[in-house]
Design a binder for this molecule. Structure first.
Ligand code: LLP
Length: 424
């Protein structure tokens, strides 16, 4: 058993529990692989941000790419969140989850005209625009509809978030945002366009950030820009600092959301911008540690150099290790029997790729039929899951106290072939 369990998870009677339910019982009832989420953990993670921003004009827009399952969105929307979306598909999910459109922010470098029209039609709160080319297209689309699109320009503040290169987004060489030196000119174009209405400024410097310093740097650069933009007579109503706060996967020590915001607000106040509306777009830090993926050990395959523990979850369910060499703790949901020897295993899935591993060199006492929990699987797991090898995506359950709700059925082979049209 791990020494430190995330909020919502406990060890009792030599078993792992999520709130008032044993994980073993969930695996038995619902089968594996199974994603299990603690609703209280999600609400508590949000509460840390709400505490941090208490008394300020603010909007927390959950970056739904982290986990876009409808019941997760409903949980956060009902607790007061807006949503940060990056596609037309996410917009439809957001609406289905009951979000107020004015609390939706549309991010992303490649919005299509169709997506823009739909978002304008429903009246979203803001488009986070990532290039001058996009700005012109959005302005023209809105003008054609007799509207003015609310815009914020995403600034690339060129700060190093000190995270994995694939999830670092605020450096000059990234595809994201408008370069610092081009920002004021871009705002002038936006302000002059009859189809656009400037409402804010935004940035997002990366993901799984475990220090406050990059945020403080980015804030300084953003405020310099706000000053320069407003000197041109263009008012900035809200400042959006993006998402990116990391979670503890394996001994990581990110600041808590309230501590981070205490530090950021001190700077904001010191520079005289404390009255502005603050927007943020957290994803991982709201849901990442609230979820686990349960998987059954299928076979043990000891070898000369490596021992393989083959489980029924795979890279299609949990793509982060294959994509980013990410570390997720893997723990038995029941204390192993005393006669089970602990060995060093590579925990791997059934997919036909050497990249299909979930954890390497893990010391585990396991037997076939045992259930393991892949921890910290609430963010960027189900939302990035695929059907590779024609594997149906896993089921998901949301636990609140002793109440268990199936929030997604396991996909069947029939589901996977539904949209295909075979030759006649
Ligand atoms: N806002 C924008 C514009 C973003 O691009 C992202 C994440 C977020 C907010 C939320 O960031 P968060 O608070 O979740 O760090 N698949 C990768 C993470 C990709 C993050 C992409 N953008 C992973 O599994 O680590």
């Amino acid at each position: 058993m791990p020494t430190q369990l995330p909020d919502g998870f406990t060890e009792r009677d030599q078993q792992l529990w999520v709130e008032g339910v044993s994980l073993q019982a969930l695996a038995q009832t619902h089968g594996t692989p199974l994603f299990v989420y603690s609703q209280a953990a999600i609400i508590n993670a949000l509460a840390a941000y709400q505490r941090g921003l208490y008394g300020r004009r603010h909007l927390i827009c959950y970056a739904m790419k982290a986990n876009s399952s409808l019941a997760i969105l409903q949980t956060l929307v009902r607790a007061g969140c807006g949503l940060d979306i990056v596609s037309g598909g996410e917009l439809e999910r957001a609406l289905r989850a009951g979000v107020e459109p004015s609390k939706v922010i549309f991010s992303g470098v490649g919005k299509t005209r169709t997506e823009m029209r739909r978002a304008l039609d429903v009246g979203i709160g803001c488009f986070n625009v990532e290039s001058v080319a996009e700005l012109e297209v959005l302005g023209d689309v809105a003008q054609g509809m007799g509207l003015r699109a609310p815009v914020s320009l995403r600034v690339n503040p060129n700060v190093d978030a000190q995270t994995h290169p694939y999830i670092s987004t605020g450096l000059k060489d990234n595809k994201f945002g408008i370069a610092h030196e081009d920002v004021v000119g871009a705002y002038q174009r936006a302000a002059a366009h009859p189809g656009l209405r400037v409402v804010g400024i935004d940035c997002h410097i990366g993901s799984q950030i475990t220090q406050a310093a990059p945020y403080l740097d980015a804030m300084d650069r953003m405020l310099d820009l706000v000053q320069a933009i407003e000197a041109c007579g263009i008012a900035i109503e809200h400042i959006d600092f993006g998402g990116g706060l990391g979670i503890d996967y394996h001994g990581d020590t990110p600041p808590s959301a309230d501590a981070l915001w205490q530090a950021l607000l001190a700077k904001l106040d010191a520079r005289g911008y404390g009255e502005r509306t603050i927007c943020i777009e957290p994803g991982r830090s709201l849901v990442g540690n609230a979820g686990v993926c349960l998987t059954e050990v299928l076979y043990l395959k000891p070898g000369e150099h490596k021992n393989f523990c083959i489980v029924d979850a795979a890279m299609n369910d949990l793509p982060r290790p294959a994509l980013y060499q990410a570390y997720h703790q893997i723990v038995p949901v029941q204390t192993p029997k005393a006669d089970t020897p602990a060995l060093t295993w590579d925990v791997v899935g059934p997919v036909c790729e050497s990249g299909d591993w979930l954890g390497r060199d893990r010391e585990l006492a396991v037997r076939p039929g045992d259930c393991l929990a892949v921890m910290s699987a609430g963010a960027y797991c189900m939302s990035m899951a695929s059907n590779y090898n024609t594997r149906g995506r896993a089921a998901e359950v949301l636990v609140a106290g002793e109440r268990v709700q199936v929030i997604r059925e396991r996909e069947s082979a029939e589901d996977l072939m539904r949209s295909e049209r075979p030759l006649s």
